[in-house]
Write a protein that binds this ligand. Structure first.
Ligand code: ZN
Length: 113
């Protein structure tokens, strides 16, 4: 079961200092999905955030620090999460036409971390 809080993560100030936010983002932090805007979170997004939970292990604070400081690390971590998200999406949407729409999912613009 996934725990979702409708609030900002504890490190929101550090995130804001590095990433331009639109206000619709969701954040993975220590096993909790922070969803301040209360947007819909589908199973493919949960799959994405679950990868970040695993990446963070028991040290989410440390992971976030590295994630914000190192662009390459960020890309690498996001790539792994997007891959899991894509496969979750494909599992849910077995129809090939639906899969094509994957490219136009708002999530792919990187509104979640
Ligand atoms: Zn992510």
């Amino acid at each position: 079961m996934t725990v979702i809080f409708m609030e900002f993560p504890p490190n929101i100030d550090a995130i804001r200092a590095v990433l331009p936010l639109t206000g619709r983002e969701i954040f993975a932090y220590g096993g909790i999905i922070y969803n301040p805007s209360g947007c819909r979170i589908g199973p493919e997004l949960v799959a994405h955030e679950q990868v970040h939970f695993r990446q963070q292990g028991t040290r989410p604070k440390r992971w976030w620090k590295k994630f914000l400081a190192h662009t390459e690390f960020r890309m690498e971590q996001e790539l792994e999460a997007h891959r899991a998200e894509y496969w979750a999406f494909c599992k849910i949407n077995r129809d090939r036409n639906a899969r094509v729409q994957c490219d136009s999912l708002p999530a792919w613009r990187g509104d979640y971390f």
